[in-house]
Design a protein around this ligand. Structure first.
Ligand code: ACO
Length: 401
């Protein structure tokens, strides 16, 4: 498609499409999504196959650089990330400035932005090396900062990366290792988290990814663009839904498990309540990620011999909602956030950290989309509007108002 000539042809015509429901902002080679059929592929590989056969970091390499890594490419990538896992000690002064009640997503967004003070923020896009260095730095430091947001609020000492571990095992120890206790990595938990985070790695032009691309289009640096992506992800209609789902399921449990009551509330157009974890802008069929997560939750609970009434409530809610004409007519199915929180909870992740976990999972996608946008030399993102305000008015002094 010759986008430049399209722009010239449309001249003064402006399309109004609130929420960009039918507007494409770019061409992309990263993720293919067919919402009608429930298909998700990264660089041509089916999500179902990637979750079973690859690791989180392998998929990150694929998404960012376009091909699955060879063994030596993967080793170099992993080693380069490990070599950047230290955080400037002065960053701790910034963490100390947060009140204890600060939400970890707010802290993560601020800390990611603060990284720009300690690392060169702008990247020369003509320098492959500069771009690569920025990418491995953010992949290394982001999980450490995420763990600090959690540990600070829990009154735990701030933890450092353990470079003997793979990316996801390291993330687990960053979050949970207590210095006075022996920390044993649970391979079942690592596998479940690895799979869950692969499912979050990229999802084409969603709200946070579009934010990263648009911020980056002004030539703001990678860390500043990612920080903006974290803020966009935070909202309840996007990544924040995973926290909202768990809170909703807890409320249903406390309420005696009456799922019909909540479904009726969601259907009531005079009530702003929505069934959290249901519906999607693009999927008008089952979100393939939700299907995989539901099975992963079942497997994890079986492997760890766990029992959580919340899982049963979620399944019951899904069953009743899917039979309801309101949800069928509007093609509202469970999305990625519906079951993910149940897995995080089983792994011991506190509920206010759920969206942070999503952000860690989405980081490779944000990086890949930012890189593609810069390499394609896309113009600055700058939508138009249709002005519907006052026409020219004479100024009124204070006395006249
Ligand atoms: N509960 C009840 N009704 C819903 C829900 C829901 N969860 N989602 C959509 N609807 C209804 C709307 O009220 C609307 O009904 P109407 O046609 O009678 O007015 C219709 O379905 C279409 O919904 P829209 O809001 O127009 O769809 P949109 O594409 O703009 O929104 C969104 C998608 C934001 C995901 C929405 O479905 C929602 O709010 N879901 C709950 C929050 C959530 O789970 N977000 C996570 C999404 S996945 C992600 O970002 C990682």
């Amino acid at each position: 498609i010759d986008i430049k000539s399209l722009r010239t042809v449309t001249g003064g015509v402006i399309t109004i499409d609130p929420g960009f429901k039918n507007t494409g902002s770019c061409t992309s080679k990263i993720t293919f999504l067919d919402g009608e059929k429930g298909i998700l592929r990264h660089r041509g590989y089916a999500i179902e196959e990637l979750t079973k056969k690859a690791s989180f970091l392998e998929v990150a390499f694929l998404i960012i650089f376009g091909e699955l890594p060879t063994k030596s490419e993967f080793k170099k990538f992993e080693d380069d990330i490990k070599s950047h896992s230290l955080i400037n000690e002065e960053m701790k002064n910034i963490i100390d400035g947060f009140p204890k009640v600060a939400h970890p997503m707010g802290m993560l967004s601020s800390l990611t932005s603060a990284l720009t003070a300690f690392n060169s923020n702008t990247v020369d896009i003509n320098s492959k090396e500069e771009m690569y260095q920025a990418i491995v730095k953010i992949l290394a430091k982001f999980p450490v900062l995420a763990s600090w947001a959690h540990r600070r609020n829990d009154g735990l000492p701030l933890n450092y990366a353990d470079n003997s571990l793979d990316y996801i095992s390291n993330l687990m120890q960053l979050l949970f290792r207590i210095p006075t206790e022996e920390y044993k990595i649970n391979p079942i938990a690592v596998k479940a988290l690895d799979e869950l985070l692969i499912l979050h790695e990229d999802h084409e032009q969603n709200c946070s990814t579009s934010t990263v691309r648009i911020v980056g289009s002004s030539e703001a640096g990678l860390f500043a663009s990612i920080s903006a992506g974290v803020s966009a992800l935070w909202g309840r209609l996007h990544g924040g839904a995973n926290q909202a789902v768990l809170e909703m399921l807890e409320q249903i449990r406390k309420d005696g498990g009456d799922v019909e009551k909540f479904i009726n509330k969601a259907k009531d157009k005079n009530d702003p309540f929505r069934l959290m974890g249901f519906g999607h802008r693009v999927y008008k069929n089952f979100d393939p990620r939700a299907r995989i997560i539901k099975n992963a939750a079942d497997e994890l609970f079986q492997d760890l011999n766990l029992n959580d009434p919340i899982l049963e409530i979620a399944k019951h809610l899904e069953e009743v909602a899917l039979k309801d004409p309101y949800f069928a007519e509007r093609k509202l199915y469970p999305n990625v956030d519906f079951y993910s929180g149940i897995i995080y909870r089983a792994l011991g992740v506190p509920v206010e950290m759920f969206t942070v976990m999503f952000a860690i999972g989405r980081l490779p996608g944000w990086i890949a989309q930012w890189k593609e946008m810069r390499e394609n030399k896309e113009p600055i993102g700058r939508p138009r509007q249709l002005y519907i305000g006052e026409t020219l008015r004479p100024f009124k002094s204070f006395e006249e108002r």
